[in-house]
Ligand binder design. Sequence first.
Ligand code: ZN
Length: 238
Amino acid sequence: MPLARSATCSEEIRPFPGGHPSYLLRRSSRRRSLALRVSEAGEIVVNAPLRLSQREIDGFLHKHADWISARLQAARAHRFDWQDGALLPYLGGHLQLRLLDQPGPARARQDGAALLCNALPTQTPALVLRWYQRNARALLGERLAHHAARAGLAMPPLRLSNARTRWGSNSAKGVISLNWRLLKAPLATIDYVICHELAHFKQRNHSPAFWREVEALFPDWKKVRAELRQNGRLYFQF
Ligand SMILES: [Zn+2]
């Protein structure tokens, strides 16, 4: 292979494998290895050697998918306006964020339709995310146990996920992963996603037979799935 005398570069916007968002791919003959960066604004930039195959780049992104999700979440959390009175999506409705300035430890707790958050402004996003995750674990676990019993299945292990493009999954080992952001969606959406994953214990595919299993557990699946496809992105602001 001839050595490049001066640097050759290219830049393109590429779709992220498996879903949004896009990322900026910069190739340069000067680079010898791959590098990945997520900016404060949530822009993903990949620097790659000029001739590296797209397959290797995709594999690299796939390998770092969790890290990218975490960084994107941090960038998004940053963008959400965590002001007193902000509306936090919750079970298809909202909780109103109330920022308190009281002595004592940083703490978030629900009081009716409000989420009272006693913390420094810089601590608020992390505190609210923790509150969501804690409550998601309790509620999703409860709904999973309920639907597993209806389906005549033992309660499967539950993992809370922070995935960027998935609401749920059912692993080869039978672990159900559910996105904590489901706590923002209506209860019917939560129930649909859980029934969908439980149906995968009977059919490990999305065949007509699979959808019949879903229908037996959750007859209204078509309507709820359509709503989730339409509104799902709104639940990813934080
Ligand atoms: Zn599925």
